[in-house]
Design a binder for this molecule. Structure first.
Ligand code: AMP
Ligand code: GLY
Length: 422
């Protein structure tokens, strides 16, 4: 089978690494990829947002299956585009159509869906510029912290948690006034939930599902979960506090009703459902849905998945996911993200990365990297994930940390406390 993988981050390197291990994969292409995916297949320098170019590539390389990594092309309708194009009718594509991708692409859509299927989530109300006054009055009634969410995709910046009502009112005005462009034309204001977050992943064929290993990521830049939010500074799998009792609540109250909703509404959804959850006194609530795998969660989830990943993707595409049985490595895995100095604010790209050849006992997943001549250089905020195995996440983290010391580039930073709260 010829496979095209869309994306170019750490998640995609982990996908490519796993796909390459499958005897079912003949040729792998990655668009655009990074310096890591290059070692698993052939990078093609096109934008995944240019659907016509993706189509040409699929036809030229006789691609049988396309795996979409990031949310943007999904929310923008790449799956719908594939279904409309006669020439692509035989090509399998893994990802939801634009309408169900709104589970991630529209907070208001996700909230309505959860309400309809009685899925536990924070209480909420949605507001537009037309009812700004009601929004202000609603904030006045709340006990802070106040959670404001831009309805649409805002590059991970659309959620604001504010301790001060007046500040929340001012932010609501700015958001509805276009602070995040079209993404904040609608704003969801929701109840603040206090607890500990974790991530559950399902792969679905639209009717049934299989669960992948549970993970937890660390989004803040600073140790002890302080400072600005990032795409993710590290991840662990499994998550020690997610025991059988909590997991069975997640499955019964959240996963099954979500898949039931997808099936009942005949949503065109083949691919991953990422449940961003929070446990409040051991009761799980949905913080958000994503319509794709997480990054850096994928860098710990896939190393623990023993299944042939291509077989799993193919089963999802053929409506036969229920025939698969998931096998999980009993070892723990920890991913440590090495980032550019300054990230998540301004940073410089193009720094030469040294010492990669000295890394042992960790898997190097490239994120923001590219090859320039003989060198691998930084090409993004999140540069590399170092994933290690261990009897527990702590031992795995120790291996990743000792390898992180060997990787050098100007300004390199990483958190040393991944898993600190577990
Ligand atoms: P989201 O983009 O919806 O995942 O939100 C980003 C982050 O904001 C989450 O990972 C949580 O840490 C936090 N968050 C979002 N919604 C809530 C909420 N209702 N209560 C507490 N924290 C929240
Ligand atoms: N690590 C969180 C995300 O992928 O959205």
């Amino acid at each position: 089978m010829n496979i095209l993988l869309l994306g170019g981050g750490g998640r995609e390197h982990a996908f490519a690494w796993k796909i390459k291990q499958s005897p079912l994969c003949s040729q792998l292409f990655i668009a655009p990829g990074n310096a890591g995916t290059e070692t698993c297949g052939v990078n093609i320098p096109i934008s995944y947002n240019d659907f016509d170019k993706v189509k040409d590539l699929v036809l030229e390389k006789e691609i049988n299956l396309v795996l979409v990594g990031p949310e943007e092309p999904l929310v923008n309708g790449i799956v719908d585009f594939f279904k409309k194009e006669e020439a692509l009718s035989d090509v399998k594509i893994i990802g939801p159509a634009a309408y169900p991708a709104q589970l991630e692409g529209s907070k208001a859509f996700a909230k309505k869906f959860m309400e309809e299927y009685n899925i536990p989530t924070a209480a909420y109300k949605e507001f537009t510029a037309a009812n700004l006054d009601e929004g202000i009055a609603f904030i006045e009634e709340q006990i802070p912290p106040i959670v404001l969410k831009a309805d649409g995709l805002a590059a991970g910046k659309g959620v604001l948690i504010l301790d001060d009502k007046e500040e929340a009112k001012a932010e609501l005005k700015m958001m509805l006034g276009g602070k995040f462009g079209a993404a904040s034309q609608t704003v969801v204001i929701e109840e603040f939930l206090s607890g500990i977050e974790f991530s559950v992943f399902a792969i679905t064929d639209g009717k049934d599902y299989q669960l992948l290993p549970v993970a937890k990521d660390y989004k803040r830049i600073g140790e002890g979960d302080t400072g600005l939010n990032t795409g993710g500074m590290g991840a662990v799998s499994p998550v020690p506090f997610v025991d059988e009792v909590l997991m069975s609540k997640v499955v019964e109250r959240i996963v099954k009703p979500t898949i039931k909703g997808i099936k009942e509404q005949a949503l065109d959804y083949i691919g991953f459902v990422f449940f961003g959850l929070i446990a409040v006194d051991n009761e799980p609530y949905v913080i958000e849905y994503n319509c794709r795998m997480g990054d850096p969660e994928t860098e710990v989830v896939l190393p623990r998945l023993k299944n042939d990943f291509v077989a799993l993707l193919n089963a999802a595409a053929e409506g036969a996911i229920s025939d698969q049985a998931i096998e999980i490595d009993s070892r723990a895995a920890t991913a440590l993200m090495l980032v550019s100095g300054g990230y998540p604010q301004a940073y410089t790209k193009g720094k030469k990365i040294n010492g990669l050849e000295s890394v042992s006992d960790s898997i190097i997943f490239h994120a923001g990297t590219k090859t320039v001549g003989e060198n691998v250089v930084t090409n993004g905020g999140r540069v590399l994930a170092l994933t290690s195995y261990g009897p527990s996440f702590k031992e795995a983290l120790a291996v990743s940390k000792s390898n992180a010391e060997k990787v050098k580039f100007e300004g390199v930073y990483y958190r040393k406390d991944i898993g600190f709260d577990l």
